[in-house]
Write a protein that binds this ligand. Structure first.
Ligand code: GLN
Length: 192
């Protein structure tokens, strides 16, 4: 199974390591051609405004929207923002996931923190690292809320789309990546 990591900006190498750690092949995605070779895609954390501009610059917006319609995508932090159908105060970007987000909802860089949270379907608590993290402020009724932190939604699944506010790649715990890989496997079984 091949999982792409969008590598225009942000935390790429750590996601590559996590993908390999769960036994999948990691593919660096820098252009539209790379998208045709992968079963699922990871949108990393970083700075969503910068990623947004680079996606537009490389003419990747429409192909990424088409990809997210049909294939599994996992957005982490800034990647979650790009995936959201609604971004408070600005227009959406890829816009595939039926959630609304508020950027920088947990404060500035200096307010970054790590905390253990419970994520549905994972057997143990998860060490979540929040860095200028967004929160999910509304979800479509069919979206499954997978985790909250102080009543704020920080991880959710909408069909074949997964998103979290925090940075799973900054810990050694690959259980959420494992969950995504299972989503990709199930998706491949349904479509094949
Ligand atoms: N605050 C960033 C943004 O709005 C996201 C931060 C992150 O990915 N760690 O794009």
């Amino acid at each position: 199974m091949k999982i792409g990591v969008l590598a225009l900006q942000g935390a790429v190498a750590e996601h590559v390591n996590a993908i390999q750690a769960v036994g999948a092949e990691a593919i660096i995605v820098k252009n539209n051609h790379h998208l045709s070779h992968i079963d699922g895609l990871l949108l990393p954390g970083g700075e969503s405004t910068a990623m947004h501009r680079l996606i537009d610059y490389h003419d990747m917006l429409v192909p990424l929207q088409a990809f997210a319609k049909n294939k599994p995508v996992f957005g982490t932090c800034a990647g979650l923002i790009l995936l959201a159908e609604t971004i408070e105060g600005q227009s959406p970007h890829i816009g595939a996931m039926r959630i609304a987000v508020q950027r920088n909802a947990f404060g500035r860089q200096i307010n970054s923190f790590e905390t253990n949270i419970t994520i549905q379907h994972l057997s143990e608590s998860f060490p979540a690292v929040f860095i200028r993290a967004p929160k999910i402020v509304a979800v479509h009724e069919d979206v499954e809320v997978l985790a909250t932190y102080h009543d704020d939604i920080v991880c959710a699944r909408d069909r074949h789309l997964l998103a979290c506010s925090f940075h799973p790649e900054l810990t050694n715990n690959v259980s959420l990546m494992h969950y995504f890989i299972q989503m990709v496997k199930e998706h491949n079984e349904v479509v094949s």
